[in-house]
Write a protein that binds this ligand. Structure first.
Ligand code: NDP
Length: 323
């Protein structure tokens, strides 16, 4: 089979397309014929050696994918060969076949296409945890969504609207803001608008925003604090700027602000929180209120281009690679 291989860490062009043997599922594992791989900012950071965990080489990237169950390892029960599944694993999906523990499979409505199913797990679980599990967002509350046309941004807007929240969306271009409006964002503001802090505060009734999903980091982190309402909750999810941010605890104290970190990988080990998110998301996707947003689609031999486009802000929705 064809698979992407990374022998040394670095920019996207360290990824190489190679021939590899089709893997056999170990006991407790399934083999999936990969239809679509969802590419996350985290995949590009992992290849660069800049992710939260150490990347061990050589390896095949790809943590999120969808496909058809193709073979079952010894002892696997309750999984049917031939069903479409989504999966969230550590790596290995940028290939024609992938093996993973049956427990890491995520059931998806069979109405979703392979690409929609691959666009689902990371962005929608993260958005749910940001808005509800950690953000404790309520119907009628304002939420600020940064990088609003990206994979996480589009998921966050859709979910927030499905939960009857009011959305202020920030993004870098008018075209991206138009996508945010199409998904239901109530107010859209260019991320580089010189009056952005005032405009955001005004949009939320002049008092600032009670809930902020912070994904840019660097010097923009201070702006998130400035945009927050008194007692605001800032959920730190990403650092797309790849710059350091500084935080003065006394500022949090003065305005009763809460800053909470969110990392999906560690939250996935919280079984009750994962089950609650899965239940809520299955209902919203099943009813059609939430439709995973598929972005540009690339073939496996265009993987370098896909990563470069993602890193250089040329993509909207979830970047998909179809082996
Ligand atoms: P996106 O599809 O949202 O792409 C990244 C977007 O970030 C860009 O399109 C761009 O939007 C924005 N951005 C802002 N500043 C920069 C910059 N300096 N360089 C590049 N991009 C920038 O990616 P994802 O949905 O995969 O991820 C979004 C963020 O959320 C990332 O920081 C990611 O690491 C994080 N994340 C974290 C998770 C967690 O568990 N903590 C899980 C999922 C995502 P624009 O042009 O509009 O500014």
């Amino acid at each position: 089979m064809r698979a992407i291989r990374v022998e040394r860490l670095g920019p996207p062009d360290v990824m190489q397309l190679q021939e590899a043997p089709v893997p056999s599922p170990a006991p407790g594992e399934v083999r999936v014929r990969v239809e679509a791989v969802g590419i996350n900012f985290a995949d590009a950071l992992a290849v660069a050696g800049e992710y939260l965990t150490r990347t061990r080489v050589p390896y095949t990237p790809g943590m999120e994918f969808a496909g058809i169950v193709d073979a079952l390892g010894e002892g696997v029960q309750g999984v049917q060969v031939g069903t479409r599944v989504a999966a969230l694993g550590g790596s290995g999906a940028m290939a024609e076949y992938a093996t993973l523990p049956a427990a890491a499979l995520i059931p998806v409505p069979q109405s979703l296409s392979g690409a929609q199913a691959a666009a689902f797990p990371v962005s929608y679980f993260t958005a749910y945890h940001g808005l509800k599990t950690l953000g404790r967002g309520e119907a009628g509350e304002w939420v600020l969504v940064q990088a609003a046309a990206g994979a996480l941004g589009t998921a966050s807007i859709q979910l927030a609207k499905a939960l009857d929240m009011n959305v202020i969306a920030l993004a870098s271009t008018d075209e991206k803001l138009e996508i945010a409006r199409t998904l239901g964002a109530d107010v859209t503001i260019l991320q580089d608008d010189p009056d952005r802090v005032k405009k955001v505060r005004d949009a939320a009734g002049g008092k600032g925003v009670p809930l902020i999903l912070e994904v840019v980091g660097g010097k923009r982190f201070q702006e998130s604090l400035d945009m927050a309402a008194s007692r605001g909750r800032i959920i730190v999810i990403g650092n797309a700027s790849r710059e350091q941010a500084s935080l003065r605890p006394v500022e949090l104290m003065k305005r009763n602000l809460t800053v909470t970190g969110l990392w999906l990988t560690s939250l996935m080990t919280d079984a009750p929180a994962t089950a609650e998110a899965a239940r809520a998301l299955a209902e919203l996707v099943g009813s059609g209120k939430v439709v995973p947003q598929v972005g540009p689609t690339y073939a496996l031999d265009q993987s370098v281009q896909a990563f470069e486009d993602l890193l250089n802000r040329r993509t909207t929705g979830k970047v998909i690679i179809e082996p």
